[in-house]
Design a protein around this ligand. Structure first.
Ligand code: ADP
Length: 431
């Protein structure tokens, strides 16, 4: 109903009421004429009362007004409106005809703005949701269904429908976003599948060789030596994988606990490089460390940070060029708007190896993601090294950046906030 027609309907009702009131009033006045003017105020009061009753009788119910398309009906009090508006879950209210009466902020993000007064079927295209709404609106039975929006990005929701109120009858649709829960569930399922697959391959090899050694190669000394060697390699692979899995779950468990120690990143990097020197030598790779003078310490856990740089330097060796160079640089940088730290200590590990395709870079820290699975396995990789690095760096309130050019090499940079104590001490020394 337009504003104009609402106005005329209102005027018509008022005129009817006034006419009824006037009739009563006129009758009363005619009678007062005989009895005396002192009764006139009483007659007017009676006329007003009758007019009020008639007007109320003629006024349509809220439900009728809704059915007539009067969307100006205040279905919600200002307080209720405000509360629903701020609700983090998307919510909308429809009338019995399926027209939208109210949409909160979270719902506007899902279905867009300007939804009020439109029919809900022009806003939500999921038949199951529309059916649930219609069923609840007609029967009064509440409903709960799961559904998925595929575009623009896949999102999973649980939709709850309920009928509330009697005049007017309103049906609510409340959405609960399940996307993060579904994603976590999927990650967990993939993780278990990947971990089992990674363990199954070496385990199958070891089991196969045991059978061969028990049977056909029982008395073949040369074959036995060869197979035992391979079994040793496969067993070591399983051990590394289990160690990495355990490290990852330990780090994840502590990720929200800030580290306490205070350590020199240079000492850590040197320790990690020394431990890997024999591996680098075997490939003819030289490792150089260039650390700026007077670097502040960082707040961190020594063992975890050693693991970060062991993983990065080990990767630089594994995927580096034979007879190539691994260059590690340590610098202090001003922190760009970080809370609680005035400076950053930045350590970058650069290799001159095969490099990484640009599209693979964002995925490198995913568990079990490898650019070349065969090459990673040949080099003893588990596919978990960078996932461990990312979790440790997160726990230290730091940042990991990866830059790479195919055939030129890669640079993995870790930035960690300098410890406040350490920065204060350095300032005092300068003064
Ligand atoms: P992996 O045990 O396979 O080395 P990581 O998690 O350490 O597992 O690394 C994931 C993948 O990232 C590797 O399989 C490799 O494809 C790629 N990668 C990591 N570091 C480098 C590097 N320095 N140069 C080229 N590729 C790298």
């Amino acid at each position: 109903m337009t504003e104009e027609s609402t106005f005329w309907a209102g005027l018509r009702r008022t005129l009817w009421a006034a006419a009824a009131g006037s009739l009563v009033g006129a009758g009363a006045v005619a009678w007062f004429d005989r009895t005396g003017m002192w009764l006139a105020p009483l007659a007017l009061a009676a006329a007003a009362a009758v007019a009020g009753v008639v007007a109320r009788r003629l006024r349509p119910t809220a439900q009728q007004r809704l059915s007539n398309g009067d969307s100006s009906l205040p279905v919600l009090s200002p307080l209720a409106r405000e509360v629903l508006e701020r609700l983090p879950d998307p919510l909308l209210l429809v009338d019995t005809a399926g027209r939208v009466l109210f949409v909160n902020r979270a719902m506007r993000e899902v279905i867009g703005v300007g939804a009020e007064r439109k029919h809900v079927s022009s806003l939500l295209r999921t038949p199951a949701v529309l059916e649930a709404l219609a069923h609840t609106s007609a029967s009064g039975e509440p409903g709960a269904i799961e559904f998925t929006f595929r575009v623009p990005v896949e999102r999973h929701y649980q939709a709850y429908t309920a009928r509330i109120g009697s005049d007017p009858v309103v049906t609510t649709l409340l959405l609960h976003d399940l996307t993060a829960i579904k994603r976590a569930e999927q990650l967990r399922v993939d993780f278990v599948a990947n971990a089992s697959h990674e363990l199954r391959t070496p385990l199958a090899a070891v089991t196969g060789f045991i059978e061969t050694l028990k049977g056909p190669a029982k008395d073949d000394t040369a074959a036995r030596e060869k197979f035992l060697g391979i079994m040793g390699v496969e067993a070591a692979r399983m051990r590394r994988l289990i160690e990495d899995l355990l490290s990852l779950s330990r780090i994840e468990l502590n990720e929200h606990v800030p580290p306490l120690g205070e350590v020199s990143l240079e000492t850590i990097v040197r320790e990690a490089a020394t431990a890997l020197a024999p591996l680098a030598q075997a490939d003819g790779i030289t490792i150089s460390i260039d650390a700026a003078e007077g670097l502040p310490k960082v707040t961190g856990e020594r063992d975890e940070l050693i693991q970060v740089f062991q993983n990065l330097i080990h990767n630089a060796i594994k995927y580096g060029r034979e007879d190539g160079k691994v260059a590690i640089l340590l610098r202090q940088m001003p922190s760009a708007g970080r809370r609680g730290a005035d400076a950053l200590v930045v350590a970058s590990v650069h290799d001159d190896g095969e490099g990484i395709p640009q599209e693979a870079i964002p995925r490198l820290t995913e568990r079990f993601y490898r650019v070349d699975v065969k090459r990673s396995r040949e080099r003893g990789g588990t596919g978990l090294g960078l996932a461990i690095v990312k979790h440790i760096v997160n726990r230290h309130n730091g940042k990991l950046t990866i830059e790479s050019r195919l055939a030129e090499g890669s640079t993995f940079t870790v930035s960690l906030p300098a410890s406040r104590k350490s920065v204060d001490a350095a300032v005092t020394e300068v003064l």
